[in-house]
Design a protein around this ligand. Structure first.
Ligand SMILES: [Zn+2]
Ligand SMILES: [Zn+2]
Length: 301
């Protein structure tokens, strides 16, 4: 069975929604059926529909911080879930100010949504399990970022149980069947099980490059990092606690990432001039890609 994870960058702009780039939101889905939304900027519903993601099947929404370009799409999305007769419970993971914002929106809504919304407040750093199917686990880690208000980044980790080594079974002449499970249960598993490395995708939300972020991300395969500006506007990036493409590349090197995806691009780089951010990142870290709205990245693990 092939195991895959897909990241779709729904909104890749910073601060203002533009024609080509909506504000921050991204979706992750995997072969197990999990659908996780990262941030929920204005227009998220339109992008989800374009990406053919059913809003009634989203398991969890993770919000990095309370700036409008990351949360303004959330009240409308909740209402649409209700109008689409959602029944599945929904987990929303967010800092305190965003939880207050959502509670206010739910009060305004004034009626029972018809499904349970579990609000999970984050603080400092920590982790929780989002999913566990026969010891194939999806874990969420959060860490503080260096932004102009309380803000967090996330790491999603697919931590899978060991798999049977079919090649080794064939080599030893062992036929498939229930006796294999018994053999493994009895501890006779020499070479018959393959341990899989965890697969990690890290999302920074908004931040300037800093040690806290590097420590929080640790080691991730894929790094979805904000890169609001090019080096020409480095001072502005520092003043408003954002990153440049070069700054994001330096972080990718520090966390030994295999792929850097650049997002949260300022509206001043509305067109092809945004490639300057990618060029600057690639000089340091060649496996850097500038994201556009509705770009799909598929990983097999
Ligand atoms: Zn932002
Ligand atoms: Zn922000």
């Amino acid at each position: 069975m092939s195991r895959w994870i897909e990241l779709i960058t729904l909104g890749t702009g910073g601060a203002f929604p533009g024609e080509r780039r909506f504000t921050s939101s991204h979706v992750l889905r995997d072969w197990l059926g999990n659908i996780i939304l990262l941030d929920s900027g204005e227009g998220v519903q339109i992008r989800l529909s374009k990406a053919s993601i059913p809003i009634t099947r989203i398991n969890a929404i993770l919000i990095t911080h309370g700036h409008g370009d990351h949360v303004n799409g959330l009240p409308g999305l909740l209402q649409s879930m209700y109008l689409n007769s959602r029944r599945m419970p929904l987990a929303i993971v967010a800092p305190k100010d965003v939880i207050n914002f959502i509670e206010g929106a739910l009060i305004l809504e004034g009626s029972n949504l018809g499904f349970e919304v579990r609000l999970l407040e984050i603080k400092g750093s920590g982790n929780m399990q989002l999913f566990n199917q026969r010891e194939d686990k999806l874990l969420l880690y959060w860490y503080e970022t260096c932004h102009s208000r309380e803000s967090y980044g996330f790491v999603l980790e697919w931590n899978l149980r060991p798999r049977i080594n079919k090649a080794e079974m064939e080599r030893l002449g062992i036929r498939p069947g229930p006796h294999v499970g018994k053999m493994l249960f009895n501890g006779n598993k020499e070479g018959l099980l393959v341990k899989l490395d965890p697969f990690r995708i890290a999302y920074t939300g908004d931040t300037r490059p800093c040690k806290k972020v590097v420590d929080g991300i640790k080691k991730s395969d894929v790094l979805l990092h904000e890169s609001t500006f090019s080096e020409e506007n480095r001072e502005e990036a520092e003043e408003f606690c954002h990153s440049t493409g070069k700054g994001a590349a330096e972080e990718a090197i520090s966390v030994s990432a295999k792929l850097l995806i650049l997002t949260h691009v300022s509206s001043r780089y509305e067109g092809y001039e945004a490639y300057e951010i990618e060029r600057e990142a690639r000089k340091l870290f060649p496996r850097s890609v500038l994201a556009w709205d509705l770009a799909r990245f598929r990983f097999t693990i």
